[in-house]
Design a protein around this ligand. Structure first.
Ligand code: PMP
Length: 356
């Protein structure tokens, strides 16, 4: 298998894939694959409950919050959040990258949006400090994206909002470090980067914020309805929920989220040190705001970048081409990317740097 640095869908832990393979045709002796079960049957009920229990335990989700396993991607939440939480009030958005910009524009369809920060001027290489945020008091919520997948920047702190409820897109960093869930009205994530295959969206909501949705809210987007039905108002993404459960079991074996935080920070440090000490490459993100998950870097020429990406792929390091909005390269080093893969990528970067 290749070392896969894709931004999402992304590398899954190999032991998880092997476990799924071993259970593919006949889950726990029931004679069916998980893909063939009724979502209302007892077997799937067990899979669903176990995945949810592991998620709650690992992320330390307090009893005030509920965990929902939904479809539609993080993009569906860009609409669901304003529909459910605005309640006739404006909302504040920090725009620090592509997806927080899309989220803000989507919310603008349903109510007034205050832009608390706009990072376009520095091509989103920067994360605002607390003092750079203008959060309108009285707003329904303040939304930010903790890790900017395309630009490779991350918030190193949880913003203070002065009582405005906090909403966060954690798609590209969920389960990579501990989070004080009690500070958030809502956390959401497309699962396809760090915790499961594409098709599952996880929402963690403070239950006191549910039940305020606008009348036009589609029922699959109503948090209250999904809480009432334990995410099974309609057919949930069964296979992805099963894979989430296996992935969280694997995460547990890595020392849980605390253990993973050490591992992921070590991998990122190793890669950034390698890039910083090269003669050819520089990082796209400003140093204090560098993401541990998506490492964006480039050489001085597009031709050399293309040569790097091509030769890396030939050597077994795939999906390193940067997003077109940034150019250069991007190595996404989510939880499942092994330390050994990053070590070998660093060896490759050093050899390339010497030869070119
Ligand atoms: N937010 C972030 C931070 C993302 O990286 C992405 C996907 N790359 C999205 C939202 C959109 O997610 P989805 O494709 O699941 O709708």
């Amino acid at each position: 298998r290749a070392y896969n640095f894709a931004a999402g869908p992304a590398c899954m832990p190999e032991p998880v894939l092997k476990k799924a393979q071993s259970e593919m045709l006949n889950w726990h002796g029931c004679g069916m694959s998980v893909m063939e079960m009724s979502h209302r049957g007892s077997q799937f009920a067990e899979i669903h409950a176990e995945a949810k229990e592991r998620f709650k335990r690992l992320l330390n989700v307090p009893y005030t919050h509920e965990v929902l396993f939904l479809q539609g991607g993080a993009t569906s939440q860009f609409a669901a959040i304003p529909l459910n939480l605005m309640d006739g009030k404006p909302a504040s958005y920090a725009v620090t990258g592509n997806f927080s910009g899309i989220a803000a524009r989507e919310a603008g369809k349903y109510g007034d949006v205050h832009v608390a920060y706009e990072g376009k001027g520095n091509n989103y290489s920067h994360i605002p400090e607390q003092g750079e945020l203008s959060i309108a008091q009285g707003d329904a919520y303040f939304h930010y994206c903790a890790n900017n997948t395309i630009f490779g920047t991350a918030w190193g702190y949880v913003p203070e909002t002065g009582g405005v409820p906090l909403v966060c897109d954690m798609s590209s960093e969920i389960m990579s470090h501990p989070v004080d869930v009690s500070r958030y009205a809502l956390i959401y994530a497309g699962a396809q980067k760090n915790i499961a295959p594409a098709g599952l969206t996880v929402v963690v909501i403070d239950k006191s914020f549910a039940g305020r949705e606008a009348a036009v809210t589609p029922q699959v987007m109503s948090y209250q309805k999904m809480i009432d039905k334990d995410s099974m108002l309609n057919t949930p993404p069964c296979w992805c929920i099963y894979m989430l459960g296996l992935t969280l079991d694997w995460l547990d074996e890595q020392g849980g989220i605390e253990g993973m935080e050490q591992i992921k920070h070590g991998k990122a440090q190793m890669l950034y040190d390698c890039i910083d000490s090269s003669k050819l490459f520089t990082c796209a993100a400003e140093k204090p705001f560098r993401s541990d998950m998506n490492v964006t870097f480039r050489s001085a020429s597009e031709e050399l970048d293309a040569k790097f990406v091509k030769e890396a792929a030939e050597a077994g390091f795939v999906n390193l081409k940067g997003h077109r909005k940034v150019g250069g390269m991007r190595a996404s080093i989510y939880n499942a990317v092994p330390v050994e893969g990053v070590e070998k990528l660093c060896d490759f970067i050093r050899a390339f740097d010497k030869a070119n």
